[in-house]
Design a protein. Structure first.
Length: 445
């Protein structure tokens, strides 16, 4: 199973929220793409940064914040916890966090069920209030993703947990008039991104020094650490597997710009690989996508850093390659639906291995409806490239799967209709508009 996370300690997620938005994408075969787009701020960073505002009383300002559904859900979460949140023009989000005594340390089911990332409020609430009650997470439907790593790490710092009535209830048992987590060594069984974020946020106000071993190394973890450091936290080693946090007594609000979204950037690079042409993602960070760029290069896509941004083009038919997902800096699981889509029309046979999440091949049935030749067995998929896909009515099962099906429609004969488009809204500000600006034939309905 390699790096595969264990399954079974958390129920399968309910469908993501925002169902009222619904809608669909209508996609038609498109010729070569041309132009420049922006990735915008990273979803997988901004949600954690918003949670981190709970750590300090006062006014926090986040810039380069994407207008996506998950940001709206997290804003509602912060409001439920006692903060006030407003969006201003130009991608600014302002959060006024209350004093600890005025926080409401309970994350309600109706919000957590809509987005798994809501679990990252657990660490800030515990370290700031001494107790917290958080509903078990929901979110994208691609297999169980347990929170054992979160509870184990926070538990080693002095929190005690009970799970009842669908909620995780935690309390800090360290003595004193104000209960406070205590720094310790936390060894993660798996370099979980959200567990690293949760423990990192809890540790900045803990007593003493916390060491996280086998920490996640994603750029979004570094972004969170940079934000916390600007608030007065003492953190060393972010971006490595060994992170040290020296707890402080208090933090102060600040302003921070969200790192660009490497997964959204990858979406547009893959679109260029599928359709040909020349695309520039002007705010992309190529150093955040090293392994992806290497795989795209092996498939026949030229990706390079230019003064105007990250440039992508393709010459000739795509080539088959083998892909295996691994923790960063390996190929991210979020990239895999895009790469599988490319391989369905590549020359040759590829083997794709999912080492991170069980159940994340569910969108492949939708690709088969479009004529893809893909066979799955366990956490492996064998992809035999075909000359062309055929348009069909398909369903988005999660954010990246939905985006991948839109990309598939760009190289399919006839019309492709991707339903349940609200999933895509959770991670893309305007996917149809961005692709259309490059010359793609995509409409949102």
């Amino acid at each position: 199973m390699g790096w595969m996370k264990p399954v079974g300690s958390m129920e399968a997620a309910a469908p993501a929220g925002g169902a009222a938005r619904g809608g669909s994408f209508v996609v038609r075969s498109s010729g070569p793409l041309q132009g420049t787009v922006r990735a915008g701020g990273a979803k997988n960073s901004v949600l954690k940064l918003m949670a981190a505002t709970l750590l300090a009383e006062g006014t926090h300002v986040l810039t380069n914040v994407p207008e996506i559904l998950d940001v709206e859900i997290m804003a509602d979460m912060l409001r439920a916890l006692g903060a006030s949140v407003s969006r201003e023009p130009g991608g600014r989000v302002v959060v006024d966090a209350p004093a600890a005594a005025e926080l409401v340390p309970e994350a309600p089911y109706e919000l957590v069920d809509r987005m798994r990332a809501s679990i990252v409020v657990l660490g800030p609430l515990l370290t700031r209030c001494g107790h917290a009650r958080v509903s078990m997470p929901g979110g994208d439907d691609f297999g169980g993703r347990p929170i054992d790593f979160h509870l184990g790490g926070l538990g080693s710092m002095g929190a005690r947990f009970e799970t009842r009535h669908g909620y995780v209830e935690g309390a800090v048992e360290e003595g004193g008039s104000v209960p406070r987590l205590v720094g310790t060594q936390v060894v993660l069984e798996y370099p979980s991104h959200t567990a690293t974020d949760n423990i990192l946020m809890a540790a900045v106000l803990a007593k003493g020094t916390t060491v996280i071993e086998n920490a996640a190394r994603e750029p979004e973890v570094c972004d969170l650490a940079a934000y916390l450091t600007s608030m007065g936290a003492r953190i060393r080693g972010a971006g490595t597997s060994h992170v040290e946090i020296e707890g402080v007594d208090e933090l102060t609000p600040t302003t921070h710009s969200v790192v660009p979204d490497r997964v959204v950037a990858a979406t547009y690079l893959v679109a260029a690989g599928l359709c040909g042409g020349e695309v520039v993602v002007e705010d992309a960070r190529i150093d955040h996508m090293t392994m992806l760029v290497r795989k795209l290069g092996a498939m026949g896509v030229v990706v390079e850093q230019r003064p105007t941004g990250v440039f992508a083009t393709r010459a000739g038919r795509l080539c088959a390659v083998d892909v295996a997902t691994l923790p960063y800096p390996g190929v991210a699981t979020d990239y895999k639906p895009f790469l599988v889509t490319m391989l369905t029309v590549a020359d040759g046979v590829s083997i794709v291995t999912e080492n991170l999440f069980a159940g994340r091949f569910r969108y492949i049935d939708e690709l088969r409806r479009m004529g893809a030749d893909v066979r799955t067995e366990g956490h492996h998929a064998v992809v035999r490239g075909v000359p062309c896909l055929s348009g069909a009515r398909v369903r988005a099962t999660d954010i990246r799967a939905g985006a991948a099906l839109v990309l598939a429609g760009l190289v399919a004969e006839g019309d492709t209709v991707v339903t349940d488009a609200q999933h895509v809204d959770r991670g893309y500000e305007d996917l149809a508009g961005a692709l259309a600006a490059l010359g793609a034939r995509v409409e949102r309905r």
